[in-house]
Design a protein around this ligand. Structure first.
Ligand SMILES: *Cc1c(COP(=O)(O)O)cnc(C)c1O
Length: 352
């Protein structure tokens, strides 16, 4: 049996979700008349401590709606050079919104370089540069290995941006993983961010959907942008029903994914052929590299992934020679041991 560690997006809806979907009360959500969507949005607002929420089809759409809502044409958005928004969302805000991106370095723990953020917060009286309208952060940080920005780090960023009257949007695709890892309510962690997107479709196991949260005025504008992008859905309560089950039953169990990731990382750290930063394994993502003195990362990664697949372990690549494993509710502790064995065999054959 294969153990699929490529992503937590591979999680399948639970039986309880499927039942709730079948029974969901629905209406036309573009008219605001889908009771299940409305209930999910209220729940999301409550759990995140924000005034309002908007159901969106994907996390990518949630992020772009936030950017188009906060920043107008010609207004710049500060993003991290390792961020999902910058790398994996097809350049949305620049392409569709006409917003240039000011790219700042990201530290290994997922924190933006504050000196560079400060320098990129442009002075309104300077006619040479685009005015900065938004700072985007990511928590947990995917490319950094699921690292968590804590409350102090969050506050440093929001204080800096707000001191220049610039709002902060958090790409919180895995925001609940961050809160669970810190042991604090998500509402506390994000109390100073102006808007946030989180995914129902990753570790929380719902089949489809993300939520955008913020104040009433922001969500009212965001709703219009969602329509513009073609994201206004009709009887989408069938999807929201699974989301409600996700938020009410699947949040606390993320600790299991974190424990399994830790177990996997500790096992990998014992293998001399691998390089792994254990201190950065904080949630459900494990990133490692295969050491080599003579092979390029291209020569290492593709054969490694192919061989691991032969041994029943599916992993993904993150560029620069990095290999990623993500734990999720389809993976239990026994499978972690099996996966470690598969990886050991892979290394024995390729890098003895
Ligand atoms: C998955 C992910 C997204 C986008 O979510 P989709 O629903 O796949 O569009 C955004 N940001 C981060 C950090 C992600 O991991």
């Amino acid at each position: 049996m294969t153990i699929d560690l490529r992503s937590d997006t591979l999680t399948l809806p639970t039986d309880e979700m499927r039942m709730a979907m079948a029974r969901a009360d629905v209406g036309d959500d573009v008219y605001g008349e889908d009771p299940t969507i409305n209930k999910l949005q209220e729940l999301a607002a409550e759990l995140t401590g924000k005034e309002a929420a908007l159901f969106v089809p994907t996390g990518t759409m949630g992020n772009i709606i936030a950017m188009l809502t906060h920043a107008g044409r010609g207004q710049a958005i500060i993003v991290g050079d390792q961020s999902h928004i910058y790398h994996y969302e097809a350049g949305g805000a620049s392409t569709l919104g006409g917003s240039p991106m000011f790219v700042v370095p990201t530290h290994k723990d997922g924190m933006l370089d504050l000196t560079r953020v400060r320098a990129s917060l442009t002075d309104e009286s300077d006619d040479h540069v685009a005015r900065t309208a938004l700072v985007c952060i990511e928590n947990t940080h995917n490319s950094c290995g699921g690292t968590v920005l804590n409350q102090d780090q969050m506050q440093m960023i929001t204080d800096l941006a707000h001191s220049r009257h610039v709002p902060v949007h958090m790409d919180g695709a895995r925001a609940f993983n961050a809160a669970i890892a810190l042991g604090i309510p998500l509402a506390t962690l994000i109390q100073n961010v102006d808007s946030m997107m989180f995914c129902l479709s990753k570790g929380l196991s719902a089949p489809v959907g993300s939520l955008l949260v913020g104040n009433q005025e922001f969500i009212r504008k965001a709703r219009r942008i969602r329509k513009l992008l073609g994201g206004g859905m009709r009887q989408a309560g069938v999807l929201a029903a699974a989301g409600i089950v996700a938020l009410t039953t699947r949040v606390e169990r993320l600790v299991e994914d974190h424990a399994n990731a830790r177990l996997l990382a500790e096992g990998l750290a014992e293998l001399p052929q691998l390089e792994i930063a254990l201190e950065r394994v904080q949630t459900n993502i494990v990133i490692f590299k295969v050491k080599s003195t003579h092979l390029s990362s291209d020569e290492i990664v593709a054969p490694f992934l192919a061989k691991a697949r032969e041994h029943g372990v599916l992993l993904s690549e993150m560029g620069e020679g990095r290999i990623r494993a993500v734990t999720h509710h389809g993976i239990d502790t026994a499978q972690i041991s099996t996966a470690l064995n598969g990886i050991k065999k892979t290394l024995l054959e390729l890098h003895p």
